[in-house]
Every structure is written in structure tokens, then in C-alpha cells.
Design a protein around this ligand. Structure first.
Ligand SMILES: [Fe+2]
Ligand SMILES: [Fe+2]
Length: 297
């Protein structure tokens, strides 16, 4: 059996990388700097209404405000998901040998997520003053998911959400026309999440090799439900109300918007490719992936 040493080597490499390259958002972000009102928080072409008539009818300041509120909504759901992930990781460490590199890296990841959620909370306070979403139903579902989901589902779900956020945040951090706060928050998150993605991927590939048919069918369904919910929460309908739009109508316009559909597919493509390779997108769950607009039709 070569599995255990490999697992330990991966965890050791990730721990060394964490020690070399981690941020403290408390000191690495200038929280007192004002946010320029004339800069988008994410590229306009990546806003959910971009290219629609509704977008054309917004003024430039409204579009900029909407870009910021979309980021606020995405990081609000980011905190929600990080808290669920932390719960899952704590339970995973509880059942692991604390002298293993694997358990120690899980603790390192929990520490990263604690700092991320604090950073997102501060960014929300600075950008808008309060979180936007997630919905009450998803918060309730998250409570059950965080308390009960097994490590394989936790790692698969984490991988999906981390790739979705990574897709958006890589574009934000590279675009120097955007507002500095959104860019720095993205840079910190992308850097540290790259390790989480490797860890989750490695665990998922290993776990999938040993799944029974029943376990695999179960994982497919729950992963699809999780990906669907996380995607729905990525931009909460209330976001649109902040620029005077009808939340339900605007949410539907975004859902039908080909630009936004292509954006979501592009941002999750690495996760979807891995899940396809591991035979995790199939059966009844596939309909949920399609309904969430995450697969090419
Ligand atoms: Fe994070
Ligand atoms: Fe993470």
C-alpha cells in the first residue's frame, strides 16, 4: 500500500507552502483606504446582467455599484460555505491521528478559512455594510450539511466552491482597472485556496477509488444538490434590489443571460472536468447540474 505515504507527502508539501506563503488580512490590507466610487469591483463583462437590455438601462454608477454588490453577495455565500467546510474539517480531524501530516494540514486549512471569513466579513462591512444572502433555506440546509456530511462529500463540495470562487477571483486580481480592495481580497484568497484545491483534489481522487456503487450514487446526488445550491447562492436576488431593480425579474434575466451562463461554465470548468473524469456527474444528479447552468448543453 503506497497510499498513506503519498497522502503524507502531499500534506507535508502543503504545510511547507503555507508556512512560506500566507497572508494576514488584518495587516496585509489597508482597511482605512477609501473605496474609489468610479472603479468596478469585478470586470463589467463578468457581471450577471452584462449584455442584457436591463444592463444597458443602468447608469454607469449603478453598474459599478451592482458589480460591488455582486462581489458582496459572492463573499457572503463564501463565508457561509467556509463555515460549513470548517465544521466538516473539524469533524475530519476529530477522527484522524493528530500526529499525521494529513490532520495537521487540515488544521492549517481551518486556520486559513478562519482568516478568510474574517477578511470577507471586513470587506462586506467596508463595501456595503451588511451581507447579501445566503437565503434562510440554504442556511438551514448548510447547518445539516455541515453537521452530517462525510469527508468525501465535504472535499468534493469544497473543491467545487473553491474552483468557482477561484475562477472569479483570478480575473479580479489580475485586472488593474478594478478597485484595490476587491483585488487584494481576491489575491489573498486565490493564493491560499490553491493549496486547499490540491488537498481536496488529492483526497477526492483517493476516496473515489474505493467507493462502492451505492456510495458513488449517493455522492453524485449530494454533490449535485450542493453545486446547485452554492451556484444559486453565488448572487442572491437581493443584490439587484440594491440598484433599484426588481429582484425576481433581474434574477431571471441573469439566469437567461448567455454571457452569465458562459461565465459560470468557464469558472467551474476545472471542477466539472475532474468530476466527469471521476464519474461523479451522472444519473439523476446530472439534471441538477444542467438546471444550475453548469454544463454545456
Ligand atoms: Fe477560503
Ligand atoms: Fe478553502
Amino acid at each position: 500500500m503506497t497510499t498513506a505515504p503519498d497522502r503524507e507527502r502531499v500534506a507535508q508539501r502543503l504545510q511547507r507552502s503555507s508556512a512560506r506563503n500566507s497572508y494576514d488580512p488584518e495587516v496585509d490590507i489597508d482597511w482605512s483606504a477609501p473605496i474609489p466610487a468610479d472603479r468596478y469591483a469585478k470586470p463589467p463583462q463578468r457581471c450577471s446582467l452584462y449584455g442584457t437590455r436591463m444592463w444597458e438601462e443602468l447608469t454607469e454608477p449603478e453598474r459599478i455599484r451592482l458589480s460591488q454588490q455582486e462581489v458582496v453577495s459572492s463573499v457572503s455565500s463564501g463565508i457561509w460555505f467556509e463555515l460549513i467546510l470548517m465544521q466538516g474539517l473539524v469533524r475530519h480531524v476529530y477522527n484522524s491521528d493528530p500526529t499525521s501530516e494529513h490532520a495537521q494540514y487540515a488544521l492549517t486549512e481551518i486556520a486559513d478559512e478562519c482568516r478568510h471569513s474574517t477578511m470577507f466579513g471586513k470587506a462586506i462591512a467596508k463595501m456595503y455594510g451588511k451581507p447579501i444572502g445566503p437565503s434562510r433555506v440554504s442556511r438551514r440546509a448548510g447547518r445539516v450539511f455541515g453537521a452530517l456530511a462525510g469527508p468525501t462529500l465535504i472535499f468534493a463540495g469544497a473543491l467545487f466552491v473553491e474552483e468557482l470562487a477561484d475562477g472569479m477571483q483570478r480575473e479580479i486580481m489580475r485586472d488593474d482597472t478594478l478597485q484595490p480592495l476587491s483585488r487584494m481580497v481576491s489575491r489573498i484568497h486565490v493564493t491560499e485556496e490553491a493549496r486547499h484545491i490540491s488537498y481536496a483534489k488529492d483526497e477526492l481522487v483517493r476516496a473515489c477509488a474505493g467507493l462502492s456503487r451505492f456510495q458513488r450514487a449517493n455522492l453524485k446526488l449530494w454533490l449535485a444538490a450542493m453545486a446547485y445550491t452554492a451556484t444559486q447562492e453565488f448572487i442572491h436576488p437581493k443584490t439587484y434590489a440594491t440598484v433599484g431593480l426588481d429582484p425576481r425579474v433581474a434574477w431571471q434575466v441573469a439566469k437567461d443571460n448567455p454571457h452569465w451562463q458562459a461565465t459560470k461554465i468557464q469558472w467551474v470548468r476545472k471542477a466539472v472536468a475532474l468530476f466527469e473524469e471521476l464519474d461523479l456527474i451522472d444519473g439523476p444528479g446530472r439534471r441538477l447540474w444542467l438546471a444550475a447552468g453548469l454544463l454545456e448543453r
